[in-house]
Design a protein. Structure first.
Length: 364
């Protein structure tokens, strides 16, 4: 019995030892697994950190490249803008000719007439620029190229107005004042003073920009030296009963050409040419007008007012001067010279014959 108990106790002891061993082994395994897990997590975290760092570097590189590209674009835009300004500055030296250009002012009370769409006629001659602008009324009496303080001084050279006729979109026409203003440079503000019916001078800033060759000037033009010429002229419009003399006399002075238009009637009391009202240069006989000639071979729209009817009536016409027919009025054509020469020879021959006959008669 005692041996049996000892055997039982021994078996229990072996069982306990086995359990302890298994527990330790399990703990060791669990510890090892935990160590492996920790190492794996550490490696994963390290990889994650490295990946994050790489992505951060990549994003930073992208941002740096983007910022560099943005700065490059800004530099390019600045360079382009500078080049544009330089081009504008260089374009200030316009070739001699006639252009349309924007006339910009600093006041709603002083600006180009709405019928002219904010534009004036820019003329360039020998490098000097002058712009003609039609204003909104006849309330501005004079302009001065400079400041109001100088305009009020004695001897100041004031700009006198011209009487311009403007036609609005509804067909209505109106007479307004216009001015020829010197232009020192394009796209740059300069001082212009004005005086109105109240008798007070006011300062203003104006500028001229966007010059474009006039359509008429872009067509056939003739560069003539100062002198007198003739050119065939045609007239269209109206009832067809009126006419003008052809060829017309052309006068060129200081590079500016004018044509003498002689009507077939004495009843025309004014003409409107290029927005300006012109009056006859004669008081007797058929109406004669001196009109500016900007170009040849180009139809010029004009308005002529006739008083032949019960009421004055404006009639629209088109005038065209033919450049191919231009002749120097100071030189006689060869045909005329030949006729004069022949006539002189005949006259001399007849005179000689008569003298010879008289002498022969006396001898007899």
């Amino acid at each position: 019995m005692r041996r049996k108990n000892i055997a039982v106790v021994g078996m229990l002891l072996v069982t306990c030892l086995s359990s302890v061993g298994c527990g330790q082994k399990k703990d060791k395994q669990e510890s090892l697994a935990a160590t492996k897990t920790s190492a794996f997590e550490t490696a994963s975290e390290k990889q994650t950190e490295e990946k994050t760092e790489k992505e951060t570097i990549k994003e930073t590189s992208k941002e740096t490249v983007k910022e560099t590209e943005t700065e490059t674009e800004k530099e390019t835009e600045s360079k382009t803008e500078a080049d544009t300004k330089t081009a504008v500055s260089e374009s200030d030296e316009l070739a001699d000719g006639v252009y349309t250009a924007d006339f910009n002012t600093d006041s709603s009370m002083f600006h180009v007439n709405e019928a002219c769409d904010g534009k004036g006629t820019l003329t360039v001659k020998d490098g000097e620029m002058t712009i003609h602008v039609s204003l909104t009324s006849k309330k501005i009496l004079n302009l001065y190229y400079g400041l109001a303080a100088d305009a009020a001084k004695e001897g100041a050279q004031l700009l006198d107005p011209t009487t311009d006729s403007v036609t609005y979109s509804d067909g209505m026409t109106e007479e307004v004042y216009g001015f020829d203003i010197p232009v020192p440079a394009l796209d740059e503000e300069f001082d212009v003073a004005l005086i109105g019916t109240k008798g007070t001078w006011y300062d203003h800033k104006v500028s001229v920009s966007n010059p474009e060759p006039k359509e008429d000037d872009a067509k056939s033009t003739v560069d003539l030296e100062d002198g007198t010429y003739t050119a065939e002229v045609t007239l269209e419009g109206g009832s067809g009963r009126a006419s003008i003399e052809s060829p017309a006399a052309i006068t060129v002075k200081d590079g500016v050409a004018t044509a003498s238009i002689v009507w077939s009637s004495p009843n025309y009391d004014y003409m409107i040419v290029d927005g300006k009202k012109l009056f006859p240069v004669n008081t007797e006989g058929n109406s004669v007008f001196e009109i500016p000639v900007a170009s040849f071979d180009t139809e010029l729209d004009v308005i002529a007012d006739t008083v032949a009817m019960s009421k004055p009536h404006e009639i629209e016409y088109t005038i065209l001067l033919d450049s191919a027919s231009i002749a120097n009025a100071g030189k006689k054509p060869m045909e005329v010279i030949a006729v004069v020469y022949v006539a002189a020879v005949i006259a001399v021959s007849i005179t000689t014959w008569q003298i010879h006959r008289k002498r022969k008669g006396k001898k007899e």
